[in-house]
Design a protein around this ligand. Structure first.
Ligand SMILES: [Zn+2]
Length: 273
């Protein structure tokens, strides 16, 4: 499954920033990993990027280290926590007594849900190459998690299918658009406003004020690459990373933005160009 490996590698590029999201991602990993119960948490993976990520993730999420790490090198590696105190702390972080459930109360924020789904995919997911027909699946041996994940996904706008295979619950998608949505789950941009800015040469140019989702980072190059899809005349000439103010009814406060960014020197200092 070379394509799955590439996708996982890509997902692991997401920096481990916020503690809430580190916890949510670890939660997804644990519910879809090899073993998670009151005696042990064992994560077995072949993914090199995930092997590098797990110690960082667990340190950020629970301030703890694994009791056993895999041997360095290629192939399958096993991460283990079996210290009872550490296990207790992990279960408590998810608001669980020793039961293994998806506790929606700790996944209320959208950023945390995204992180949770990423963790679930990293530990228990696979996806076929789109050139060979799309199929994305998540498999878990945890009875409750396998039944609660589809509900979470439906609430998030997906239409997963379910089946049982070798004692595992398998949740899968076949529609390419859903798979793409899942993999890019919530693009980095939270909000955008386009305003006209005075320009000495052209009179006026379009500037995009881009508010990146909390905890994510986004470069000007990424936005420019994305805007290549647009006709040339619609592409913003300036990209400004800043909050997009909206009034209580949800309307963008453009006068406020013009006031803020149309002043020449301020524009120069705010524009990342
Ligand atoms: Zn979060």
């Amino acid at each position: 499954m070379a394509f799955s490996a590439d996708v996982k590698q890509e997902l692991c590029r997401q920096p481990v920033n916020r503690r809430c999201c580190a916890r949510a991602e670890a939660y997804g990993v644990l519910l879809f990993c090899t073993a998670f119960d009151r005696r042990q948490a064992r994560i077995v993976t072949e993914c090199g990027a995930l092997k590098e990520r797990l110690p960082l993730l667990f340190r950020k999420a629970f301030k703890l280290s694994f009791d056993q790490l895999p041997e360095p090198g290629e192939g399958k590696g096993s991460f283990l926590v079996d210290d009872p105190e550490k296990l207790r702390a992990i279960f408590h972080a998810f608001g669980l007594e020793w039961d293994v459930h998806i506790n929606l109360a700790v996944l209320e924020e959208e950023h945390c849900r995204t992180a949770f789904l990423r963790g679930a995919f990293l530990a228990g997911g696979s996806v076929t190459d789109p050139m060979k027909g799309y199929h994305l699946e998540l498999a878990t041996s945890h009875y409750h998690a396998g039944r609660e994940l589809p509900a979470l996904l439906r609430e998030t706008g997906f239409e997963p299918k379910e089946t049982d295979r070798k004692g595992n619950r398998v949740i899968y998608f076949k529609h390419s658009h859903q798979i793409e949505d899942f993999l890019t789950a919530y693009p980095k941009v939270h909000d955008v406003a386009v305003i006209g800015l005075p320009d000495k040469r052209l009179g006026e140019i379009a500037a995009a004020i881009i508010q990146v989702k909390e905890g994510l980072c986004c470069t000007q190059e990424e936005i420019e690459a994305f805007c290549q899809e647009l006709p040339r005349y619609k592409r913003p000439r300036r990209i400004i990373f800043a909050p997009v103010p909206r009034n209580p009814t949800g309307k963008i406060e453009k006068p406020l933005l013009r006031e803020k960014y149309c002043h020449g020197r301020l524009v120069e200092s705010q524009i990342m160009n």
